[in-house]
Design a protein around this ligand. Structure first.
Ligand code: AMP
Length: 516
């Protein structure tokens, strides 16, 4: 089982279908895309003497060549190591050294900084910019006749975790894992038709890039925005141009799309015209936010919950479930991450790994063919995370009697105050009810009396003055008194990592640095 067959299949059955666009400009059809991938597979193995199983880095901004590089590497049996383009060159160097990659593909906006790094730790033999003639030469190679044989358990993708703490770990993702993810996209997320369009506004080094697979399998179109990044106005415009566009978006991106649609006067469900499906996930989506998004954009949303260790594939909240406003538990379900996807089992366990009864909060564990093979060169971390065939996600949550999973927080983010567990998300949801609150993040601060106390960092909406007393009132109206923040800090923005996740570690560090 080699993932490269997904592309070969579409190239054979629908070779003249449009495959890759930059903005609205068509670059290649499926036959051309497959030929380029097969040629690249030949060139990299010959020119750089790579063997099946060797690693190839991608340190690139979103670019129309990403698909042919992913599939070209798989064609030759190689393992891709996509890195977020926003990483510091030193961080990329660490990943290249750790994964023992000797070849990296880059783009001209970030490649030179990596090439210029003093005393790099990685043993790079070649750094090839896809925007330089050297890359075009690689594509002149005689295409490999057929994809190299791969077993389902062979590695396809080394995915370095975003690492909000410590060094990133290399998650070993196999051909089987990504095939399972692709099939679950069809069974649990959405159908894909050949006239549909996958839009890459989020980094292709992460979930958005993984979602290229089901779209290649379906022979759909792939569009890299001309801005090569996320620009809300451009996304809305591309939606209207292509129609039937699907994309993955982190909750912060959804918010910006909604704000943009409102700014353009496209309200009442018209904001998302041409956007077929916005798959959101990767971080908490607050109930208020998804309700507003639906009002403005229409019924175009599906939620997924996954993590690098079970990519994009743990639970899903389907379009039907999100739009079923008549259901008595609709609001509660909107606050959940949905039900286990078809190919996995999900449980909630106590600290000893014993299954907990319905409604109790514990660690979320997952079993199934989407779960990683382990961490690259890190047996201790692997043994800690994969136990008795289950992936311990580090996320806390509870299941209801219908199988809906509600995530509380990462286990390390739970605040224990006066012996009671407080889940920051619950406090955040309460504060977001105030119309003047744009964003909020709640953390614990060590306290001699209470163990920890609750502290809220709040970003007010533009032009709004917020008083702690008013915020406290909102909390008193919605959550137990002991969960109320003892302190409020107003900020212009919340610190976030390259994937838009709030860095609670950074907020805790800021608190620790404040004079007491
Ligand atoms: P990563 O491995 O960087 O993709 O991060 C995965 C983590 O993001 C998960 O373990 C969760 O903590 C969080 N996450 C992913 N999807 C969701 C979601 N739909 N709702 C809330 N948190 C999520």
């Amino acid at each position: 089982m080699n993932l490269a067959y997904l592309l070969l299949r579409s190239a054979r059955s629908a070779g003249d279908r449009p495959a890759v666009y930059l903005g609205t400009e068509l670059l290649f059809d499926y036959a051309t895309l497959a030929t380029r991938a097969a040629a690249l597979g030949q060139a990299v193995t010959q020119r750089y003497a790579l063997q099946p199983g060797d690693r190839v880095g991608l340190f690139m901004s979103n670019h129309p060549t990403v698909l042919e590089i992913l599939f070209g590497c798989w064609w030759a049996g190689l393992v891709v190591v996509p890195m977020n383009p926003k990483l510091h060159p030193r961080e990329a160097d660490y990943i290249l050294a750790h994964s023992q990659a000797s070849l990296v593909f880059t783009t001209d906006d970030i490649g030179p900084a990596l090439a210029a790094l003093e005393a790099p730790t990685s043993a790079l033999h070649a750094l090839v910019s896809v925007e330089q003639p050297e890359y075009a030469q690689l594509l002149q190679a005689e295409p490999l006749a057929a994809p190299v044989e791969r077993a389902p358990g062979d590695l396809a993708w080394l995915f370095y975790t975003s690492g909000t703490t410590g060094r990133p770990k290399g998650v070993m993702i196999t051909h089987r894992n990504l095939m399972t993810m692709s099939l679950c996209y069809f069974s649990d997320v959405d159908t894909v038709l050949p006239d549909d369009t996958a839009l890459y506004a989020a980094p292709m080094s992460h979930g958005a890039g993984l979602y290229s697979l089901p779209h290649v399998l379906a022979g759909a179109r792939h569009v890299v925005p001309a801005s090569r990044g996320f620009d809300a106005a451009e996304v809305l415009q591309l939606g209207r141009h292509f129609g039937s566009v699907s994309m993955f978006a982190a909750p912060t991106m959804v918010k910006r799309l909604v704000d943009q649609a409102v700014a353009q006067g496209l309200d009442h469900g018209q904001g998302g015209t041409g956007l077929k499906t916005i798959v959101y996930g990767g971080g908490p989506m607050y109930v208020e936010d998804i309700q507003r998004a639906m009002r403005v954009m229409g019924p175009r949303f599906v939620q997924i919950y996954g993590q690098g260790e079970s990519p994009m594939t743990i639970t899903a909240l389907s379009r039907r479930q999100i739009t079923d406003v008549q259901h008595p538990r609709h609001v509660e379900r909107l606050g959940s991450v949905g039900v286990a996807m078809s190919a996995v089992e999900v449980r909630v366990t106590d600290a000893q790994g014993r299954e907990l009864p319905i409604g109790e909060t514990g660690e979320v564990v997952v079993r199934g063919d989407s779960v990683m093979a382990g961490y690259w060169r890190d047996d201790a971390a692997t043994a800690n995370t994969l136990r008795d065939g289950w992936l311990f996600t580090g996320d806390m949550g509870s299941l209801d009697e219908h199988g809906y999973l509600t995530l509380r927080d990462r286990s390390k983010d739970v605040i224990i105050s006066g012996g009671s567990n407080i889940y920051p998300r619950e406090v955040e949801e309460a504060l977001l009810r105030h119309p003047g609150v744009a964003e909020v993040s709640v953390v614990g601060r060590p306290d001699a009396d209470w163990g920890e106390v609750v502290v809220a960092f709040v970003v007010p909406r533009a032009g709004v003055e917020l008083e702690p007393l008013v915020l406290d009132e909102v909390c008193r109206d919605h959550i137990a008194r002991f969960k109320r923040p003892k302190e409020y800090h107003l900020l212009d923005t919340l610190p976030k990592n390259h994937y838009g996740k709030v860095l609670k570690t950074e907020l805790r560090a800021r608190l620790a640095a404040l004079p007491r």
